[in-house]
Design a binder for this molecule. Structure first.
Ligand code: HEM
Length: 420
């Protein structure tokens, strides 16, 4: 009988065998424990992500217990009741999406490249400068600090403001929706007002880079789009923080995949033109964000998915990482193959909510893998320390990646360590 138990240690270590079994036995499976449908076939995942009229993201409008809970949480939030970009369906969603898309152009993304490449290089320099050539824990040394640079570049805030802006964003993210004590509520209000005041100064051109993403958002808030202040804050928070963990995990999962497949690593060294394809194969093979959540819309009527009957209000969890390993879409799906062709993977989602940060994330991944291959004679793990993953089935996130530093080259391609 099919079952889904993502808290088992074997699932945390490697979810894919269990997801294969589930897909074979029940590709659309009702998990009583999660009170949700778990969808694992590529075909059904695509259907849910594309058909937003049936499978809605607008949780504030969800019928039943789900909607009640979200509305209660929103009502208590210091961010106000404005829905987040990920919590709306077209056409309402298209308005916010348009504001972000205009602020998030290829030019903006490309402008961040030098800062990102410099940051990768400096993080590897620090690793190289560590004494004794001992293994480093790559998540902490490389993958986690990397998106911080991306966010700074993206915010375009002057150096001295960045920590404050991120601090406000984090404080608000942590408190959103929580049942707040008066003290925490006061802190949240302080963070909200701090961030709003800052955005007002950016919009007025008093501080920050007028060409930055945050400046375009701030202007959109003050200008004709008339973004509600709650919407503006939520956008800044989403763009500052949403991609962080996913991007760290892309780089971490890539190190693991390259280390486990030395022949693919060698091929990538031989054929640097495969770098973009390698980034996408990492995303397919080990999707950083494993799940996207929808619910059956109130007016959807009778809904059948993968032969199962779903009711309005039912929660549907699209298992992106499972879809990416479906042999019906990807032949020999457990093989890591950077020359793979075929349908698009779902690591960035699909349809109206397709990840808006995808070009940026791809650039960060490519910069990291390129630098790792240039600076390490071979990217490999130190064999005696086990890899560990976080017990979070919605993300594929390593906690310990023991990177062997013995094969490190200096900046000029010679073996040996570098003075930090
Ligand atoms: C490897 C890194 C990343 C992965 C795997 C990833 C994954 C995803 C996925 C799967 C979705 C769709 C969720 C859904 O359909 O419910 C999404 C949406 C989104 N992502 Fe990313 N993301 C990454 C990086 C980023 C970055 C760097 C940013 C921001 C700079 C970002 C911002 C967003 C936003 C704002 C949305 C919501 C879009 C909408 O609802 O229209 N992401 N992301």
């Amino acid at each position: 009988m099919a079952f889904f138990n993502p808290s088992r240690p074997s699932y945390v270590a490697d979810p894919y065998p269990a997801l294969h079994r589930l897909r074979e036995e029940a590709p659309v499976f009702y998990s009583a424990e999660h009170d949700a449908w778990i969808v694992t076939s590529y075909e059904a995942c695509v259907q849910v992500l594309q058909d937003y009229e049936v499978y809605s993201s607008a949780v504030t409008e969800a019928p039943g217990r789900l909607g009640d809970r979200v509305r209660r949480v929103k009502h208590a939030s210091v961010l106000g009741t404005a829905p987040r970009i990920g919590q709306q369906d077209p056409p309402a969603h298209s308005r916010l999406r348009g504001v972000v898309a205009r602020a998030f152009t290829p030019r903006h993304v490309e402008a961040m490249r030098p800062a990102i490449e410099a940051h990768v290089a400096s993080l590897i320099d620090v690793i190289a400068g560590l004494e004794g050539g001992r293994p480093v824990e790559a998540m902490r040394a490389l993958c986690e600090p990397l998106p911080a640079a991306v966010v700074s570049a993206q915010l375009g805030a002057p150096e001295e403001d960045r920590a404050r802006v991120l601090g406000w964003a984090r404080a608000l993210m942590q408190v959103e929706g929580a049942d707040l004590s008066p003290e925490r509520r006061a802190l949240a209000v302080e963070a909200r007002d701090g961030l709003l005041g800052y955005l007002g100064r950016v919009a007025a051109g008093e501080t920050g880079d007028p060409d930055s993403l945050i400046a375009s958002l701030a202007r959109a808030g003050a200008g004709e789009e008339r973004l509600d202040l709650g919407e503006l804050l939520a956008l800044v928070i989403d763009l500052s923080l949403a991609g962080n963990d996913n991007t760290s995990n892309l780089v971490g999962n890539g190190i693991l995949a390259l280390a486990a497949h030395p022949e693919q690593q060698a091929l990538l060294r031989e054929r640097p033109d495969l770098l973009p394809a390698a980034v996408d194969e990492v995303l397919r093979y080990d999707a950083p964000q494993q799940a996207a959540v929808r619910f059956v819309a109130a007016g959807a009527g009778e809904v059948t998915l993968g032969g199962e009957r779903l009711e309005p209000g039912d929660v549907v969890i699209v298992m992106l990482g499972a879809a990416n390993r479906d042999s019906a879409a990807f032949p020999d799906p457990d093989r890591f193959d950077i020359t793979r062709e075929g349908p698009r993977h779902l690591a960035f989602g699909l349809g109206p909510h397709f990840c808006i940060g995808a070009p940026l994330a791809r650039m960060v991944g490519a910069a990291a893998f390129e630098a790792l291959l240039a600076r390490f004679e071979v990217v490999r793990l130190a064999g005696d320390i086990p890899v560990r993953h976080a017990p979070d089935w919605m993300a594929r996130s390593a906690r310990v990646i023991p990177l062997d530093t013995a094969p490190l080259l200096d900046r000029w391609g010679a073996p040996g360590t570098l003075e930090a």
